[in-house]
Design a protein around this ligand. Structure first.
Ligand SMILES: Nc1ncnc2c1ncn2[C@@H]1O[C@H](COP(=O)(O)OP(=O)(O)OP(=O)(O)O)[C@@H](O)[C@H]1O
Ligand SMILES: [Mg+2]
Length: 244
């Protein structure tokens, strides 16, 4: 069953095309990876899906309903969770307070249920022991985990992950990837933008490559990486084996 659909989505910032007639579909519980050069429009695509920026044309359909004109808060309540490329927690609040706020503001929960969701999100991301620490004191890995916890606290049907593994060590990437893989077994769909291709490949079963706002390849991950378009537009002179 289709969970998320983009139909003819286009967006320009001045002369810069970030999305040109984008069409794609994501099923319930699917895991899709997105790669592409810097400035390709990857983050903009997330912003169009989450409602942070309006598309110039096209429709976003979620769970059978057109959501193109809904606010980001309403889309979050409908079940779309997202993380940001640069984590932006409220530094002076605790890890738990940050997560609870996400559950209350973006989520579909009230009162006691928000606490349950917030605590559950901290447990899933391995942050329960840091619930009372201030968010500003967290290391990069824990900030990334908190970013994920805030998205999960909204009780999403899909999470949009924007370079959540960026800047982490190899071991930290493995830890984070284990958490993301576990989401899939809970039936949460994942769309993951990432330059750490190895991490992506261990989690997703479909890969999409975006360049200048156009989907240049979409399909089985290794085939997509081996395609001429992806090699010339994204991998450059690197061979597929080098990124695995
Ligand atoms: N709010 C905005 N106003 C104007 N231009 C923008 C805005 N957001 C993004 N852009 C431009 O749109 C283009 C695509 O940006 P986007 O952040 O979507 O790329 P990206 O694929 O996520 O790149 P990266 O891999 O570096 O994160 C870039 O040229 C960027 O400067
Ligand atoms: Mg980006």
């Amino acid at each position: 069953m289709s969970l998320l659909q983009l139909q003819g989505v286009s967006k320009k910032f001045g002369q810069v095309v970030v999305a040109e007639e984008i069409n794609f579909e994501l099923g319930v519980g699917d895991a899709l990876g997105i790669v592409g050069p810097n400035g390709a429009g990857k983050t903009s695509l997330f912003a169009i899906i989450s409602g942070d920026i309006p598309a110039d044309a096209g429709e976003v359909i979620f769970d059978g309903r057109t959501i193109t004109h809904l606010s980001p808060a309403k889309r979050a309540r409908a079940g779309i969770g997202r993380t940001y490329q640069v984590p932006r927690p409220f530094e002076k609040m605790t890890v738990f307070e940050n997560t609870l706020l996400a559950a209350q503001q973006g989520g579909r929960s009230h009162g006691h249920k928000s606490y349950v969701l917030a605590y559950g999100a901290l447990e899933r991301t391995g942050l329960a022991d840091f619930a009372n620490a201030s968010a500003g004191s967290m290391t990069l890995l824990r900030r990334k985990r908190l970013e994920l916890a805030r998205a999960l606290a909204t009780d999403p049907q899909v999470v949009l992950l924007d370079e959540i593994a960026g800047g982490l060590t190899d071991l930290e990437v493995v830890e984070l990837t284990d958490i993301i893989r576990a989401l899939r077994s809970d039936g949460i769909a994942v769309v993951w933008i990432e330059h750490v291709v190895r991490a992506l490949l261990s989690t997703v079963d479909r890969l999409l490559c975006l360049a200048s706002g156009v989907i240049v390849a979409d399909g089985e991950p290794k085939e997509v990486l081996a395609s001429d378009a992806v090699r010339s537009l994204y991998l450059g002179s690197k061979r597929v084996e080098e990124v695995l």
